[in-house]
Design a protein around this ligand. Structure first.
Ligand SMILES: [Zn+2]
Length: 570
């Protein structure tokens, strides 16, 4: 039981005389602490003052900091470590995923149709029905009609004739639309595929409802114009509700900082407002993301570091070079193993990405480029190298590759030499495991896919995360995948020789992510002077069995010395 103690030791009487500046606001005692600080890895107690760690070490020393107003917590010998930092997720989309239809658990197209049918019954005519998380590879039965393994819209259009339907693919790189949505978007037989995108068509050339990569924009524009017509205050309230849902979800799962992989300038301003009004309960570190033309005019004014007591920072720009592997959007050096002659897509041209890189460099912003296929990764390493040569030292920039999923083994040492951060998602490895070998073939999968061991051995800093809402934001599931490369559901293991050790995985989720954000002096380890962002768990993640990682419960989450989540039983 984690409880407030009315501590009445002799020490208390002795040290009541301390001046308030020397006393702690909060002291946590009887904790099994793993600090992630190599100089002082273990401790039993810590003292917090003004939201920062004042002292970490022994109970005896901590109690010297006790004053009249100090709250004392007894952790009951539970495991305590730095709060998890989500290294790459989509915060507002996470909140939205908790508001809309969620197909993560759907095992058939019929199940999805059923859920949309229900939603359509309750919707006003014209309202859009939004869903996400469907993935054809998860289905145990195939749809009646299919083209390239994807369903065709007829059934979906029949259950929702008056409401446009937009269902985001789990990869985040494709969507499915019904007839009403396609009509509103003006999609016809003659509509051409946009550059970097595919409208999937049946044998007669009719769009099936599936829009991949840049083709998503066709439907998204129609949805956006519907949103633009809505009352702006109503929209802001919907967004705020999303943010609250996302915060609640993250804090419950032990996350104290969130690295958001892309928000536009307007949303960044909204986050800042929330931070200023103390409405953010965890710390946001946001990448600016938009098209080049929209980013250019704001690039020199968006950089914000440590705003509102380090609750908001924007010091990075995000862009993308390719799509996802599941939907054949990853840009490969050689064709897909299961789609001969096709090597994926370059979604944003290298010229544009170069312009964005120049903008990041000129404004002292980190650049974070989404690259999944080995071709996309090689192109971005080549581009980063040119900019890194202009800087004092490679680690001065800490530019990141988001995902870095499929690397040519020749490129791995270069990532280390150039000081590029590999921002990867442990859980993607096991989620993708069932189809990686068919897409890439044995050789590429074995030596280049989610190559954590090879990267770590090349001195690369790996940042870890989930890409939520693509995956559950739960760091424990991603940590389990990082140390086992084993699927929790069916035991499938994906090339275990590339596993991280327990210490490496914990580091990747704490200090590694902090380093990837220039925040290692503030976060990522429990060290005197750093922010008091921490988590108390039911198991010791350093020593428990692999399976126990998955049954670990978050007992308490603290941000800046404030309890933001507490398990009712703790
Ligand atoms: Zn992402």
């Amino acid at each position: 039981m984690f409880r407030f103690l009315f501590y009445t030791s002799v020490l208390l009487i002795l040290f009541n005389a301390c001046t308030s500046k020397d006393t702690a606001d909060v002291i946590i005692l009887n904790a099994d602490i793993y600090t992630v600080d190599a100089a002082n890895p273990y401790a039993n107690a810590l003292a917090i003052q003004n939201g920062r760690i004042k002292y970490i070490g022994t109970t005896e020393e901590c109690l010297k900091l006790k004053g009249k107003e100090t709250s004392i917590f007894d952790a009951g010998n539970s495991f305590l470590m730095p709060g998890f930092i989500e290294g790459h997720g989509h915060f507002s989309a996470l909140g939205e995923s908790l508001q809309i239809l969620n197909f993560n658990a759907s095992r058939s197209w019929d199940d999805i149709i059923g859920q949309v049918e229900n939603a359509a019954k309750n919707a006003r005519p014209g309202d859009w029905i939004i869903g996400r998380g469907w993935h054809q590879e998860k289905w145990i039965e195939q749809p009646e009609e299919e083209v390239f393994g994807f369903p065709v819209h007829h059934q979906l259009s029949a259950v929702s004739p008056d409401n446009p339907v937009l269902l985001h693919h789990a990869s985040g790189h494709a969507l499915f639309a019904n007839l009403k949505a396609m009509e509103l978007a003006g999609v016809q037989l003659e509509t051409p595929d946009p550059k970097g995108g595919i409208i999937v068509r049946d044998i007669s050339g009719m769009p099936t409802g599936m829009f991949q990569e840049n083709a998503e924009d066709i439907i998204m524009y129609a949805y956006q114009s519907y949103l633009d017509d809505l009352d702006q205050d109503e929209l802001f309230n919907v967004w705020k509700e999303r943010i609250n849902l996302a915060q609640e979800e993250c804090l419950k799962k032990g996350i104290t900082s969130f690295q958001d992989a892309g928000s536009d300038y307007k949303m960044i301003e909204s986050y800042k407002k929330l931070a200023q009004n103390s409405e953010l309960q965890l710390r946001m570190w946001v990448m600016l993301r938009d098209n080049y033309k929209k980013m250019a005019p704001v690039a020199d004014k968006v950089r914000t570091i440590g705003f509102a007591d380090h609750y908001f920072t924007c010091r990075a720009i995000k862009t993308a070079l390719d799509g996802a592997l599941g939907s054949y959007g990853a840009w490969l050096l050689k064709p897909y193993n299961d789609k001969p002659g096709y090597s994926g897509e370059n979604t944003i041209s290298l010229e544009t990405v170069d312009s964005i890189a120049g903008m990041a460099f000129a404004n002292d912003m980190q650049l974070c480029v989404h690259a999944i296929g080995d071709r996309a990764n090689r192109e971005i390493i080549d581009l980063y190298e040119l900019y890194l040569q202009k800087s004092d030292s490679p680690s001065a920039l800490r530019w990141r590759i988001e995902h870095a999923q499929h690397l040519n083994p020749d490129d791995i040492p270069r990532i280390g030499e150039l000081g590029i951060i590999a921002s990867m998602q442990g859980i993607h490895c096991t989620s993708d495991a069932p189809f990686v070998v068919s897409r890439l073939g044995e050789e590429r999968a074995k030596y280049g896919a989610y190559a954590w061991r090879s990267l770590l051995d090349s001195n690369v800093v790996i940042a870890n995360g989930t890409d939520t809402p693509v995956e559950d934001v739960d760091p424990l599931k991603s940590l389990y995948a990082s140390v086992t490369r084993k699927r929790a559901d069916n035991g499938l293991i994906f090339y275990p020789e590339q596993r991280m050790t327990r210490a490496e995985a914990i580091y990747s989720y704490t200090l590694g992510n902090a380093f990837a954000a220039f925040e290692e002096d503030l976060k990522g380890s429990l060290t005197a002077g750093k922010l008091a962002d921490l988590v108390i768990l039911s198991n010791n993640l350093s020593t428990c069995s692999d399976e126990e990682i998955l049954s670990t419960k978050v007992l308490l989450t603290m941000v800046g010395g404030k309890v933001r989540y507490q398990d009712p039983e703790f």
